[in-house]
Structures are given as structure tokens and as C-alpha cells.
Design a protein. Structure first.
Length: 403
């Protein structure tokens, strides 16, 4: 993907930066601390290249800005890489993130404020009609043979064989399948009855909030813990913010990971009243890989291994639902944005009643993660096996609460 960008830039008549990237350049060059960190980050990425058996295409912050200039004015094409498809910024930063200076860069508040401005500009483009150019049948189009196969394979859980337009609300005979923007394609809804609600009249059956692969199950979680250490050390105060309900201390957390090819809307795991709903700002490219002593090599898609860290550090949305069933009590939902996926949109209001399986929000623009949190004393069992390769259907059975 990045090599393709460089090829385009070499043929371009002008490489003038977008105004938001001119502002980014000014931030780097006018602040000696940030200038030092960006310079050393790309130096360290090059120095570590032999350990990764690959040299990073981007050599310095000037090239970084040129690549960003291309990214924020284009929709992401399909590429044959499950970790990087649809998320070009991960491709841009994947070798810089694991460096010591990269760690410092991406937890810096000023850098993250600037990245938010950049991502907001890109989000505006991805929500516009200009972004539909990649929704075609070419080899790099999202309706090309390879991409459509992955999209339908991902959507056909349990052995079904629906076509894309049978799974999702769209019009295969219309230009771009009827989608008006890249974001409309990304947030496409399922057709009615494709994902039925598990046991709709049985409150003890918890519905899966997001179509995702199981990542972790943690019990007896603490109010505060070392979330940056690789493992299941969830930290409730850092996930929810100060003032979270104490009833979750000692409770249970389930976490699942969504890739680019999955469905990206959230649904209520239980029936009940929304008692609180809010978003928390966070980092956009930060992982603790540089300080992880157990990591021997860098992976493409470097954020996937660090979902617990992201639950405390990334941009996220929080929804608390007071379940109708008193044995379940308060249930927490946490939507976690990752890099491109900086927008977590809550679609319910405080005081609103939701039924199990109702839509409560969505992610925009890329792969993401989520958590469902249960109070201490709630005996919740039967979660899907962590490590399974296939998604758990959204609104399907996630777990069962024993009375």
C-alpha cells in the first residue's frame, strides 16, 4: 500500500500538503521535543529494520506527511492483507510504533490532538460521495472477486451461502451497490432476519454486542491494574474514567475483536434502560510494544495483540444498561476505536429503553474492539472459546447468566 502511494507521489505534479498537514508540519518543526521524537522515531525504525527482515518505506517525518497527504484524500483500496486492509495508517506507522521514540510520540497529548484533526479531515472525505471510487469490481475494489469473497465468507457464519446483497441492505444493480460513500459501505446494516436475536424472551441469555472474534475473558477484575503489561490486566478506572460504578470491581469482562471485513454496528446485550452513555478521548496509534520485553518481532497490524491496553488508552464509547433482570443488574458496553477508527458513534440516549439486540451505536472507518462488562456476583458462563477463528454472530448467544 505505502509503495503504491510513493509511486503516485513520484508522478504527481504537486505535493502541496493539505492545510491540516501543514499545521502538523508546523507542530513538529516549531516544538523541539516533538521534532526530536519524530526524527528519532524514524531513525530507530530504520535501525531496527534488519531485525524485521524488511526496511520501512517511510524514512522521515517529511515523507510521513506526504503519505498522510495521499491517505486523507483517498478511500482505502482493498489489499490482500487481513491486518492492513482498509487501515492504511497502520501500514504507515507499523514499523515506527514499536520503537522507543514511537511509543513516546503516540502517547503525547499534543500529537494525539493533531492526529484527531487529521482523522477528522479524512473522516469527512470518507463520508462524502468522492470516496466511492474504491467500491468497484477491480482487483483493488471492494466488490472485486477477492474482496467480495472475503466479505461474504466473513458474513456467512454457520455455513450459510448468501450473496453480499442478500446479507446486507444494498442494491447490486446500482452504481457502487447503492452506497453513497465509503463510510456508508463500511457501516452497512444486515438485512432483516440475517442475525436473529438469541432467545429474545429469555433474559438469562446474553446477546453478542458486536460481530467479532473472542479475544479474552477476565474474571475478578480490579478497579486499577497495570493495563500496559501484556496479559489480561484490565483496569476499570482507566477504561470507564473516574466515577465508574463500584459494582463492576470483581466482575467479569468479555472482549472481542472486529476486523475490517466484519459488521461494525453495536447492539444491546440485554434489555433494559440506558442509564449512562458517553465517549472518552484517547490515543490513536499507541501500543506498549516498545516496552514489552516478551515481544521478539514486530507484526503487521501491531495493535491486534494489545486489545487490553487499548481498552484503557484508545478513543472509546461507554454505554451502561440497567438490565430488566435484577440478577444481571448493570451491564457495561465499551466500544474501542483503533487508529483510523477514531469515531465511536453512540446511537442511544440516557434514559432510553432498549431491547436485547437493538442497535446502540457503530464504529466508523476500520477494525476495532469492544468489551462487555458484568458486575461482581453475576455468574455468567458459556462464553465462546477464546482463539476461535470465526466471528461470533452479532445478536447471537454470547453467554448465559445462572440464577
Amino acid at each position: 500500500m505505502i509503495s503504491t502511494v510513493f509511486s503516485f507521489l513520484s508522478q504527481s505534479q504537486t505535493n502541496e500538503l493539505h492545510p491540516v498537514l501543514q499545521e502538523f508540519q508546523q507542530l513538529i518543526e516549531s516544538n523541539q521535543r516533538i521534532y526530536m521524537l519524530f526524527q528519532s522515531m524514524w531513525d530507530q525504525a530504520r535501525e531496527k529494520a534488519p531485525d524485521w527482515n524488511r526496511s520501512p518505506e517511510v524514512q522521515d517525518y517529511q515523507q510521513m506527511l506526504q503519505v498522510l497527504n495521499y491517505i486523507i484524500t483517498h478511500a482505502p483500496p482493498y489489499i490482500n492483507n487481513d491486518n492492513l486492509a482498509g487501515v492504511p495508517m497502520i501500514g504507515l506507522f507499523q514499523y515506527a510504533i514499536p520503537t522507543i521514540s514511537g511509543y513516546a510520540v503516540f502517547i503525547d497529548p499534543e500529537v494525539n490532538a493533531m492526529l484527531k484533526k487529521v482523522l477528522d479531515v479524512w473522516g469527512t472525505f470518507l463520508s462524502s460521495s468522492e470516496s466511492v471510487s474504491v467500491l468497484d469490481t477491480s482487483s483493488t475494489g471492494w466488490f472485486g472477486p477477492e474482496a467480495i469473497h472475503k466479505l461474504t465468507t466473513t458474513g456467512n457464519l454457520g455455513g450459510t451461502r448468501y450473496e453480499f446483497d442478500e446479507l446486507y441492505i444494498c442494491d447490486r444493480n446500482a452504481p457502487y451497490y447503492g452506497f453513497q460513500s465509503w463510510d456508508a459501505f463500511f457501516t452497512r446494516p444486515f438485512r432483516e432476519n440475517i442475525r436473529p436475536v438469541a432467545s429474545p424472551d429469555d433474559d438469562t441469555v446474553i446477546a453478542n454486542a458486536c460481530e467479532s472474534r473472542p479475544f479474552a475473558i477476565a474474571r475478578n477484575v480490579k478497579a486499577r491494574d497495570s493495563f500496559w503489561i501484556k496479559g489480561l490486566t484490565y483496569s476499570l478506572v482507566d477504561m470507564f474514567g473516574v466515577g465508574f460504578p463500584d459494582s463492576f470491581i470483581g466482575g467479569t469482562i468479555y472482549q472481542g475483536y472486529l476486523d475490517t471485513f466484519s459488521y461494525h454496528r453495536w447492539h444491546a446485550p440485554v434489555s433494559g434502560k440506558v442509564v449512562k452513555a458517553y465517549t472518552l478521548g484517547g490515543t490513536y496509534c499507541s501500543t506498549p510494544r516498545a516496552i514489552d520485553r516478551n515481544t521478539e518481532r514486530v507484526y503487521e497490524g501491531v495493535q491486534i495483540d494489545y486489545q487490553v491496553y487499548l481498552s484503557a488508552m484508545a478513543t472509546r464509547a461507554v454505554v451502561f444498561i440497567q438490565a430488566d433482570d435484577p440478577d444481571i443488574g448493570l451491564v457495561g458496553f465499551l466500544g474501542i476505536g483503533m487508529v483510523e477508527i477514531s469515531t465511536c458513534e453512540i446511537a442511544v440516549d440516557e434514559g432510553e429503553y432498549v431491547r436485547k439486540g437493538d442497535q446502540i451505536g457503530m464504529f466508523h472507518y476500520g477494525g476495532s474492539s469492544h468489551c462487555v462488562i458484568f458486575q461482581k456476583g453475576v455468574d455468567v458462563t458459556g462464553f465462546p472459546e477464546v482463539g476461535r477463528r470465526e466471528n461470533v454472530p452479532v445478536r447471537g448467544k454470547l453467554a448465559v447468566v445462572k440464577r
